[in-house]
Design a binder for this molecule. Structure first.
Ligand code: FAD
Length: 508
């Protein structure tokens, strides 16, 4: 039986990313109709404003103009994450930070890490060109940079609600996605347990052939109807609550081109600059900090007294569904899993899996088992390794000042893979070959920056004088080139202001 009617449940960023991916792949088949169902009574989560560079390629493939991301979503450019206070404060005093940048730390394409380990003559983060740009609030694009290209690698920060509208407008206009507002009250199942259709609150009933669950944490199809088990990873990831707060900014203020992640006694604070405001959030472990303490600590971060009512509390649970694909249904976005906001992994995983599924949407129901098995295996791999990468930020810290930091460094477990890797990296520098899977989303470059940003104690390898000198010179040249590059770029604020002025006078 041909699959002709596809339903996407949920109008958040996961739903609309999926709609664009499906639209792109299925446009050529005029017999297929894609419907996105959204409830007016159940709001979208409304956070999720930091991204990774991979999203650029998807947005471009959907036919979205980069100018529209900038102009319509209050977007700014992100060259990485600045981690502040993730190490013992008194060890590094005021320079207590490191970067995980999207630009690699291979000066001139050369891995200087073996030399660096022996000399530690500069902070490891400085081996990426992004360091200078970030510290000077520079824009990773020139005025002449083509759309979706920069002088170094970058991602976006954007207003989540406006981003969803942009995706939605594009999916409807370009791919003819049908969009309806209904709340699913009950899910009807076929005899084999697959999904047959929906009873809506409005009293209507509708059937589809294939279903994508993007209903957020409520996971209406995967959890409630299909009962796909949840793989709970809260034993490894202890942060389980976030307080979100948006703060207005002065339009003349510089815009830092990174997500700032400042550690505190029981978690960390995200700080994401947009052109019009900052999105901030206090992430914490409820086992280690009460809500009242969290609000008080968050108040300190903002330098003003916050009340319960000023912030939005969002509970989280680290883990993922045992399967991405069950019978005639796939779960994407928060319905499929979530770790925590660090490193913006959620939209990353959603975008990748939505693209993977869209390329594998079966033509007939009989093909489903062929695709489901491999997609499930890949999704499982992705989740396990993404959790490792988040976990490593906590695991290798030298902070022991609170029970939270003692627990995340010494108390709670690591996956077997991460435990083995960390043991190996005590003796030998991480290598590309330590990451044999294509679905390890964070590879050696990312691990190098986090591990050596946090002084991970790898044994210093022996090295000839010639290699030592080559590395030393590569670092010196790189530092001078990075500084020249930063000097040649506009500040992010100036670039964005001039871009907006130019766009206003050159409307197409
Ligand atoms: C604190 C926090 C911070 C985050 N920060 C980041 C970040 O910086 N970067 C990042 O990549 N990700 C981040 N995320 C994750 C990100 O917010 C999500 O990946 C993204 O918003 C997608 O959400 P979603 O579409 O899956 O769910 P939602 O936005 O919750 O959308 C769910 C949709 O389902 C619909 N729905 C639900 N039930 C029904 C029903 N019965 N009938 C009909 N419709 C229904 C709702 O109406 C809604 O449209 C963060 C998440 C949290 C919790």
């Amino acid at each position: 039986m041909k699959i002709k009617r596809i339903a996407i449940v949920g109008g958040g960023s996961a739903g609309w990313l999926s709609a664009n991916h499906l639209g792109l792949e299925l446009l050529r088949d005029s017999e297929v109709e894609i419907t996105l169902i959204e409830s007016v009574d159940i709001p979208v989560i409304g956070v999720g404003e930091g991204t990774v560079p991979a999203l650029r390629a998807s947005l471009q493939s959907f036919g979205i103009r980069e100018a529209d991301i900038i102009l319509q979503c209050d977007a700014t450019f992100k060259t990485g994450v600045k981690f502040v206070d993730w190490m013992t404060v008194d060890k590094r005093e005021k320079d207590n930070f490191y970067y995980h940048s999207f630009d690699l730390t291979y000066p001139g394409g050369y891995d200087v890490t073996p030399y660096w380990l022996g000399s530690k003559n500069v902070e490891y983060s400085k081996l990426s060109s992004a360091y200078c740009l970030s510290e000077e609030n520079r824009c990773p694009k020139r005025k002449s940079s083509p759309s979706y290209q920069g002088v170094i690698n970058y991602a976006y920060h954007f207003d989540a609600a406006k981003f969803t509208t942009l995706l939605s407008d594009n999916a409807k206009k370009r791919f003819g996605i049908r969009h309806i507002f209904e709340t699913i009250k009950q899910v009807a199942l076929h005899e084999d347990g697959s999904i047959q259709g929906f009873y809506y609150e409005s009293g209507e009933y509708e059937e589809f052939d294939f279903y994508i669950d993007c209903s957020g944490f409520s996971s209406v199809l995967f959890d409630k109807a299909l009962a796909v088990p949840f793989v709970d990873r809260s034993d490894q990831i202890l942060t389980d609550c976030a307080l979100a707060l948006q703060v207005a900014t002065d339009p003349r203020e510089e815009i830092f081109p990174y997500t700032k992640a400042t550690a505190h006694g029981s978690g960390w604070v995200w700080d994401i600059p947009l052109t019009t405001r900052r999105g901030t959030g206090f992430v914490y472990s409820s086992q280690h900090m009460s809500d009242a303490e969290a609000i008080s600590e968050f108040s300190k971060y903002h330098g003003k007294d916050l009340e319960d009512t000023d912030v939005r509390k969002i509970p989280m649970k680290a883990g993922f569904r045992e399967k991405l694909w069950e019978k005639n249904c796939v779960a994407l976005g928060l319905a499929g899993g979530f770790v925590e906001p660090l490193e913006a992994t959620s939209l990353y995983v959603t975008d990748f899996c939505a693209s993977m599924v869209a390329k594998r949407i079966p033509v007939t129901r009989e093909e489903i088992p062929l695709y489901a098995k491999s997609c499930n295996a890949i999704a499982r791999l992705i989740w396990d390794r993404v959790i490792d990468f988040i976990r490593v930020h906590y695991a290798v810290s030298n902070r022991r000042d609170t029970s939270f930091w003692r627990d995340v460094t010494e108390g709670v477990g690591l996956s077997d893979v991460l435990a083995e890797r960390l043991e190996l990296w005590r003796y030998s520098i991480p290598q590309r070959t330590d990451f044999p899977s294509t679905y390890d989303f964070f590879l050696v470059e990312s691990y190098l920056m986090v591990l050596y940003g946090m002084d991970y104690p790898t044994r210093v390898p022996a090295m000839t004088e010639r290699i030592g000198n080559l590395s030393k010179n590569a670092i010196v040249e790189h530092l001078s080139r990075s500084s020249e590059l930063a000097d040649s770029l506009l500040s992010q604020r100036q670039w964005l202001t001039e871009f907006k002025e130019y766009s206003a006078t050159h409307k197409s």
